[in-house]
Design a protein around this ligand. Structure first.
Ligand SMILES: *[C@@H]1O[C@H](CO)[C@@H](O)[C@H](O)[C@H]1NC(C)=O
Ligand SMILES: *[C@@H]1O[C@H](CO)[C@@H](O)[C@H](O)[C@H]1NC(C)=O
Length: 390
């Protein structure tokens, strides 16, 4: 009798524990990840008379203080990769609900082969926002190619004059990102800034530049070269190209890479650095057959142990912008995927705000190229609730 009472008491206690403690834990586990697009907003639309012809190459980041900054290339005269451009920026201080008008923070004038974005990286220790881009990447009617940096010390409100990193790095063509760079939070190399990008068409491959002094000085670290290196490529050659690095919870850096010439598959190359961006060994390289891809710049993000990925999920065409997630550090992907836009869609990038607030744990933010006829008609911002809106 007494035993029965005790076990009934224990039973209620377990029920209470289950309902109060365990269920929220399941959410944090990722078991109940159920992404829902809550809001979508076009940040830039090209093509108006007398205005910028085309906006492309979207980047997105939170500052240390929680402001959202969106960047893009404002291509002045045409949609092509070469030509004169501005760097366009919009800033939101309410997590993307409202945005200040566009400011043009860099103007390359009227260059035949102007600037190309780019990687944005936040130094969490100094609060500085660093934006790295290339000038004369294609060496079309210009020489040499330069790697440039502008910096904001006031949360994205004002920007420094461009600094020429090629004085330290040399004049090899280097196109950062496009996407974000990382600051190492977990050993090895805590505090290091790591920006990965790709080389010129012949000398292509993934290259990372590193700074151990908050962006003052930079040097080349890891390289994953194309084959044949520094020679014209054919279809199906090994040609790793635009890329997005993310830091994993074990301190390794996973770089998700555009497989430009469809070597081995029409899918993503994934390569891991175990030494803080000093090397990208071939032993750590896999082809992720689940991540089918038309050869494009894609988005990747690691949040609370869950890896997210966005791209136009189609082997042939830039359509079908899709969000995927992995509970196994990219070893496998959940079957369920969320289609963000069925139509034409191109480059994408993601961010989220790291804080102790439970609200910030629920959201990730996506920026991508979106159109009805062509993927480069506009740049769209999307707020995603990770737990179905709850
Ligand atoms: C950047 O520095 C390199 C190396 O000194 C130089 O060759 C190049 O012309 C510079 N670029 C610009 C835009 O000043
Ligand atoms: C869109 O992506 C999903 C997930 O990869 C895939 O199942 C579907 O076939 C794709 N649709 C198109 C039209 O590419």
């Amino acid at each position: 009798m007494l035993g029965a009472v005790i076990s009934r008491g224990l039973y209620s206690l377990i029920v209470i524990l289950l309902s109060v403690d365990l269920l929220p834990c399941l959410c944090a586990d990722g078991e109940q990840i159920n992404p829902l697009v809550l809001e979508e907003l076009l940040l830039w639309v090209g093509g108006g008379a007398g205005s910028v012809n085309t906006y492309r190459i979207p980047l997105l980041t939170f500052t240390r203080h929680g402001s959202l900054l969106a960047f893009s290339e404002a291509r002045k005269q045409s949609e092509v990769d070469i030509g004169a451009k501005f760097i366009a920026m919009r800033r939101s201080t309410d997590k993307g609900a409202t945005w200040a008008p566009t400011s043009f923070i860099v103007d390359d004038g009227s260059l035949a082969d102007g600037l190309n974005l780019g990687s944005v990286v936040i130094d969490e220790e100094t609060g500085s926002v660093l934006l790295i881009y290339s000038l004369c990447f294609h060496r079309y009617h210009c020489s040499p190619s330069s790697t440039m940096l502008v910096e904001s010390l006031d949360d994205g409100l004002s920007w420094s004059a461009p600094r020429n990193l090629s004085v330290m790095l040399g004049v090899k063509s280097f196109a950062p990102g496009p996407g974000f760079g990382i600051q190492k939070r977990i050993p090895p190399a805590v505090g290091r800034l790591v920006v990965c990008g790709h080389g010129s068409i012949a000398g292509d491959g993934v290259f990372c530049i590193l700074s151990d002094d908050h962006g003052l000085s930079w040097r080349y670290g890891a390289a994953l070269k194309s084959i044949p290196y520094n020679q014209p490529k054919q279809s199906l050659d090994f040609n790793p190209d635009e890329c997005q690095p993310v830091e994993m919870e074990d301190g390794s850096i996973v770089v998700n890479v555009r497989n430009n010439n469809n070597y081995h598959c029409r899918c993503r190359i994934v390569v891991r650095s175990l030494d803080g961006g000093e090397s990208l060994p071939v032993d750590e390289l896999v082809f992720d057959h689940t991540l089918v891809d038309p050869a494009v710049a894609a988005g990747a993000l690691q949040k609370e142990g869950i890896l997210f990925f966005t791209n136009p999920s189609n082997e042939q065409h830039r359509v079908n912008l899709t969000l995927r997630w992995s509970l196994t550090d990219g070893q496998s992907w959940e079957k369920k995927a969320v289609q963000i836009w069925a139509g034409p869609s191109g480059y994408s990038s993601m961010t989220s705000f790291r804080s102790d607030s439970p609200v910030d744990k629920k959201f990730i933010y996506v920026i991508y190229e979106k159109g009805h006829k062509d993927y480069d008609e506009s740049i769209s911002f999307v707020k995603v609730h990770l737990y179905g809106g709850r």
